[in-house]
Design a binder for this molecule. Sequence first.
Ligand code: F0G
Length: 483
Amino acid sequence: MDTQVKFLHGENIPLEMHKVRIVQKLFLPPVEKRKEYMNEAGNNTFLLQNRDVFVDMLTDSGVNAMSDRQQAAMLVADDSYAGSETNNRLKNKLKEIFGTEYFLPAHQGRAAENILSEAFVKPGMVTLMNFHFTTTKAHITRLGGSVEELISKEGLEPTSDNPFKGNFDLELLRKRIEEVGPDKVAFVRIEAGTNLVGGQPLSMENMLAVAKICKEYGVLSVMDASLLQDNLYFIKTREAAAKDMSLREITRTLADAMDIIYFSARKLGFARGGGICMRDEALCKKMMEYVPLYEGFLTYGGMSVREMEAITVGLEETMDMDVISQGPQFIKYMVDELTKYGVPVITPAGGLGCHLNASEILPHIPQSQYPAGALAAAMYIAGGVRGMERGTLSEQREPDGSERFAEMELLRLAVPRRVFTLSQIKYVIDRVEWLYDNRELVGGLEFYDEPKVLRFFFGRLRPTSDWQDKLVAKFRKDFGDSL
Ligand code: F0G
């Protein structure tokens, strides 16, 4: 842990560099109820009611705690439709941080992806990226494009001590651009950091090399900066070349190399919104028309002006190491404790959350019965903890209807920023350890209602046997009348 505060007895725990001033009451239903609620929700954690969730680790999207300064800024928002001062403030902050002259607002990250895809993806075109994100791929394939993932080999190895597992395989990138032909490559998307492979970061060196290859072949480089906050922390703490650079310098170095930067401000900026930044006016014009069509006028793009003010302040706070270190430090604590106990988790600790490796925890469940989904359901039953399946359920079926088995079967326990205390994190670790001890009781899931697009959001599944009853009985045996 790279905290600057040392404890008398050398204890190595993350220390919150903020205090809590607004709270939300939580409820923990008894285990029998948790089993019932999980089944009412079709064994899909997206369909649980928040009132039934004790520790909500579904996502870090739009659920990060805001600062007092962000809340104060929301009061001075300028509602005017055109020429809004709020828009000017956000645009200027983005220009200050990224050095980009132009900004197209969008209501969230996937809306930016929709605009980018509409502007640059034509049927038969290829997009190259270190790894896909669900919404990104859905938009690109909807328009007849395809997605190719060029993550380095180690990116898909669950355990490693490579500090930058999100890196591109640079040789493969060059090879694929040449094979496909640069004019058939819609863009190269740099997901910094990655989402579906355990929040693993990319190095500054790798990103700059990718951008250089793009320039060489005249291919657009597009950075998805949704998870940039954590990635900046990892560059600063893990990459020798960046050790003496400020967060602003690192951000600017990366941004200067890219043609386009887009982001979900539900993650970057601790609020809710999104947008696309670029230096080049011609690029901006190619995308601009889609903003009023899909999002709203160019001064707000579907966002509330209050949220825009909060993003402006949130971006400024992202340039502060005390602020951005909190997430990665809590995640590292979880990863270290679970590793000590022997629970298979993705290593090294990344951003976004702690990722449990469901394939290794539940090797007896075939991928066709969604081991990561089963682990998500079991985790809720075990502790009222809501995680997110990041495995085969989160994939789309192939055009012929066959399953596309995910490279990794993960249960993501996201750590929203500044939201949970260390005792809540310890409780989650405790329940994961209990579940690990009882992993043989956990069985598979099967769909009884499967939507065609983004099925993980609304799909409903049932357990393939009475394994959940057995899990509840074991909980009672081990914990007595505890909640
Ligand atoms: N890109 C990345 C890397 C993301 O993590 C997300 C969202 C998006 C794009 C889309 O942004 O949600 O604002 O439309 N990730 C969320 C998550 C949903 O839970 O990981 P959005």
